[in-house]
Design a protein around this ligand. Structure first.
Ligand code: OAD
Length: 248
């Protein structure tokens, strides 16, 4: 199925083009981590207004932390899948490779990716509200909720981007620059509803990049894609990677 497209993309990769990849929750779905939208998505069971906004945290930091602590527990028990691992390998093999993710789960890093533009932050980092310091934190579960800064006792928050908050400026600029100059862009496992991430592939398409989308569902980006694979990310990436290696 779609063997010709797989061969064509492997052929492009063999020329070592500048590649940018935008991932969303769907790439971690095969690791058993819930996505946000879709039938079993988190936003079907929970209200973002209660759990993922600065106002929600101000109102009830313990409630917000309980939800993040629960999600951290799920993620801690899961492993990167074939899709994450292949993207980590491509970073080593393709000089101009840039990985942009909306995911906060840290699975790309655990798979071996090194230069990751995390547009929405990282669930394994905490930020002190008093000192604005950001640090890694892998406690799961937290012994006490809400957790407090060991240095100053200030309230900690997850170092993620909530609804109504701006994305980290430098990271967004780096992602935009990568999309402006990329020759080949993979859009993997995102519903492409949340801005500004969703418009990055359009920036790339306008600048002349070829767009490959991998997502079982159709998205607003599907019509812009040169190749759309409406299947699971891990499966398609394995096929492309195998075709790439077969021809070596
Ligand atoms: P969504 O949950 O909106 O979309 C996940 C996408 O993954 C859907 O389009 C699914 O069809 C697709 N999908 C499911 N299983 C897949 C698989 N095995 N392979 C490939 N694709 C699969 O997640 P995002 O687009 O990442 O933001 O959501 C963007 C942002 O909205 C998140 O970063 C989060 C959320 O609210 C914040 O929390 C700020």
């Amino acid at each position: 199925m779609q063997e010709k497209a797989v061969r064509e993309i492997a052929g492009l990769l063999r020329k070592k083009p500048r590649v940018a990849v935008l991932t969303g929750a769907g790439i971690s779905a095969e690791s058993g981590i819930p996505t946000f939208r879709g039938k079993d998505g988190l936003w079907k069971q929970f209200r973002a207004e209660d759990l993922a906004t600065p106002e929600a945290f101000e109102r009830d930091p313990a409630l917000v932390w309980e939800w993040y602590d629960w999600r951290r527990g799920i993620i801690a028990g899961r492993e990167p899948n074939a899709g994450h691992l292949i993207l980590a390998r491509w970073e080593d093999e393709l000089p101009g490779f840039v990985l942009i993710t909306q995911n906060v789960d840290g699975l790309h890093r655990r798979a071996g990716s090194k230069n990751i533009l995390e547009l929405h932050g990282n669930i394994w980092q905490v930020r002190c509200l008093e000192e604005s310091t950001v640090s890694d934190n892998f406690e799961s579960p937290f012994p006490k909720i809400p957790p407090r800064c060991p240095a100053c006792g200030g309230l900690l928050r997850p170092n993620v981007v909530w609804f109504g908050e701006a994305l980290p400026r430098l990271i967004l600029e780096q992602a935009q620059a990568a999309c402006m100059t990329a020759e080949l862009v993979f859009v993997i496992g995102t519903s492409a509803y949340v801005q500004p991430a969703a418009s990055l592939p359009l920036v790339a398409a306008e600048a002349g990049a070829k767009i490959v989308e991998i997502n079982p569902d159709y998205t607003p980006l599907s019509t812009y894609a040169d190749h759309s694979f409406h299947r699971k990310a891990g499966e398609v990436l394995v096929e492309i990677d195998t075709a790439l290696r077969d021809a070596d």
